[in-house]
Design a protein. Structure first.
Length: 140
């Protein structure tokens, strides 16, 4: 059983590290969102924009240097990573609108519940584009 777990961890090491880094980013994102929305009464769309932007910057830096270890074309990679972050933010805004505005659920709880879905989408896109050589095809 332990050997199987170790093999899986080895096979999916990059995803495991991405998940831990994502946990740091998501925790920062959710805590900042909660503070802005619940304590400072910032509208959820604006609070989400700020909190996602900070989370994206933190996870980009950590993933670049600790996980994927690709530091070439850093501005281009940051641009793609930011686009993926915007996709995630739009997914979260859609969920917030549907579940908070339409169905009257607590916005912070919606944000927390929907974060894992967004994380999987973002990992898939970032692994395929932001930290891949596909981003660099035809350049140079």
């Amino acid at each position: 059983m332990i050997k199987t777990i170790l093999k899986l961890l080895d096979k999916y090491q990059r995803f495991v590290v991405y998940s831990f880094i994502g946990l740091v980013g998501a925790t920062t994102d959710v805590l900042l969102f909660k503070f802005l929305h619940d304590d400072l009464f910032v509208r959820y769309a604006l609070a989400n924009l700020y909190s996602v932007a900070i989370g994206v910057m933190i996870t980009f830096i950590l993933n670049t240097f600790l996980n994927f270890k690709v530091t070439d074309h850093i501005i281009r990679r940051l641009g793609m990573y930011s686009l993926v972050g915007i996709v995630g933010m739009l997914l979260q805004l859609f969920a917030l609108f549907v579940f908070s505005d339409v169905m009257s659920f607590n916005a912070t709880l919606v944000k927390i519940a929907f974060t894992p879905v967004v994380a999987v989408v973002q990992y898939t896109l970032n692994a395929a584009f932001s930290f891949s050589d596909k981003l660099l095809e035809g350049i140079e």
